[in-house]
Ligand binder design. Structure first.
Ligand code: MRU
Length: 353
C-alpha cells in the first residue's frame, strides 16, 4: 500500500485522521481539498508532504490546462504559467516547517515550461526516489545502530510517526526500526504517544503492529525518565527540516528526548532524506515553527478537556541543536554532528539497496 500516489489523473492518499480505526483512501482532485488535507494532517510527515507538493503542482497544471480557454472560447493550447505559479504558491504555504513541501513544489515547477505531462513526470520521479531513499536509510541506519550501541538485538525509542505513513511506502526512522526487525536485530521498540494529535499512539503503534514488531507504547513524559533508567539503547527520530549547521526540527518532544539521551549516554539519531536538508537555513533559530492553536490542546476527538476561554501555546515542532545529535542518517551518507562533522563537508555516497 502506498500512502500517497497518482492514480488515473488524481492524487490518492490514505486519510490518516481515520487511523487506526479505519484504513481509507481519499481521491483528491483539486487544490483546495489538497491544502485542507495537508492542514488537517490527512496527509502528513515531511517526505509524504514533498510528494504531495509535487503531485499537487501536477494536479494544478492538469486542472489549469483543462480549464484554460483562449479569447475565442476554444480550449487553450498553452498552460497558463502565471496561474500555475500562483496556485503552487498557495500549496507551498500550507504548512511552514517541513521543507519537503516547498522543495516538492519547487522541483515540480522546474518543469513548468515543458507542460503538465512533464510536471507529472517530475512528481512521479520524486515518489520513486522516496521509495528508494527509505530502503537506503533503513540499511544505513540499522548498521549504524549496531555499530554505535555495540548491541544486537537493540531496544529503540522513537517519537511521532516516521513510518510508511509519513513517506510513500517504508519510512525514515521507523524504516530503520523495520529494517532492524527484518534483520533479526530488534529487541523492542518504544514509541511515544506524541501529544496532542497522537501520531505515535494512532499511527506508529498501528504500523508496528502490522509489521509484527515487539513494542510497548509510552506516554510522552515517560520517555526522558525511562531513558535515564536504561529502557532503550538508541533514540531514532525523523526530521521536518535540517538546517545547514545540523540543527534539526522535528515533532515537539524530540528536544527533550535528545537532552535525556545525552544524560543517559544513549545515541540520538536523526533519520531523514537529503530533501529534508535545507542548506539555505543557517541554523535552527531560523526555522519557522508551526503553532497549531488552542483547540488541539484544549480537547481531543471533539471533546473539550480544558475550560472554555483559555489560551495555549501549541508548537507542533521543536529544534534539537546539532551538538545533541549523535548522527544524521540520510539515504546517501551519515553525518556525525556530535563529533564535529558537517553537512557541507561529508560527501554523498551511492544509494544502498
Ligand atoms: O505534524 P506531523 O505529523 O506532520 O509531524 C511529522 C513529524 O514530525 C515527523 O517526525 C517528520 O515529518 C518526519 S516524517 C518521516
Amino acid at each position: 500500500m502506498r500512502t500517497i500516489d497518482w492514480v488515473d489523473g488524481a492524487i490518492e492518499l490514505v486519510d490518516q485522521t481515520l487511523l487506526p480505526h479505519r484504513l481509507e483512501q481519499r481521491r483528491v482532485t483539486d487544490l483546495p481539498d489538497l491544502i485542507s488535507d495537508i492542514q488537517r494532517l490527512a496527509v502528513r510527515g515531511a517526505p509524504a508532504l514533498g510528494v504531495a507538493g509535487a503531485m499537487g503542482v501536477a494536479l494544478i497544471a492538469a486542472n489549469v490546462a483543462a480549464g484554460g480557454t483562449s479569447a475565442d472560447g476554444s480550449a487553450a493550447v498553452a498552460l497558463d504559467r502565471d496561474e500555475v505559479v500562483r496556485q503552487a504558491h498557495l500549496l507551498r504555504e500550507a504548512r511552514p516547517t517541513a521543507v519537503n513541501l516547498s522543495w516538492g513544489v519547487d522541483r515540480a515547477l522546474t518543469r513548468l515550461d515543458e507542460g503538465a505531462a512533464a510536471i507529472l513526470e517530475e512528481a512521479l520521479a520524486i515518489r520513486d526516489e522516496d521509495i528508494a531513499a527509505c530502503i537506503s536509510m533503513g540499511l544505513r541506519g540499522a548498521d549504524l545502530t549496531r555499530e554505535l550501541t555495540g548491541k544486537d538485538p537493540v531496544r529503540v525509542m522513537t517519537i511521532c510517526n516516521t513510518g510508511g505513513l509519513a513517506t510513500v511506502e517504508r519510512g525514515t526512522a521507523l524504516g530503520v526500526i523495520q529494517t532492524l526487525l527484518e534483520q533479526g536485530s530488534l529487541a523492542e521498540a518504544f514509541p511515544l504517544e506524541t501529544r496532542p494529535l497522537l501520531q505515535g499512539a494512532r499511527l506508529t503503534a498501528w504500523e508496528l503492529q502490522r509489521m509484527g514488531a515487539p513494542f510497548r507504547l509510552l506516554i510522552d513524559s515517560a520517555g526522558p525518565f525511562l531513558l535515564s533508567r536504561g529502557i532503550a539503547d538508541a533514540v531514532f527520530i525523523g526530521a521536518d527540516r535540517i538546517a545547514a549547521n545540523g540543527d534539526s526540527a522535528n515533532k515537539i518532544g524530540s528536544f527533550s528526548l535528545a537532552l535525556a539521551a545525552q544524560h543517559a549516554g544513549v545515541p540520538f539519531i536523526v533519520v531523514a532524506p537529503e530533501s529534508t536538508v535545507d542548506m539555505k537555513t543557517a541554523s535552527g533559530a531560523d526555522i519557522e515553527i508551526e503553532d497549531r492553536g488552542v483547540d488541539e490542546v484544549a480537547g481531543f476527538g471533539g471533546t473539550r478537556t480544558a475550560p472554555e476561554g483559555i489560551g495555549a501555546v501549541n508548537p507542533a515542532f521543536d529544534v534539537t541543536p546539532h551538538e545533541l545529535i549523535t548522527a544524521i542518517v540520510t539515504e546517501r551518507r551519515i553525518i556525525r554532528p556530535g563529533s564535529g562533522e558537517t553537512l557541507a563537508t561529508v560527501p554523498l555516497e551511492p544509494l544502498r539497496s
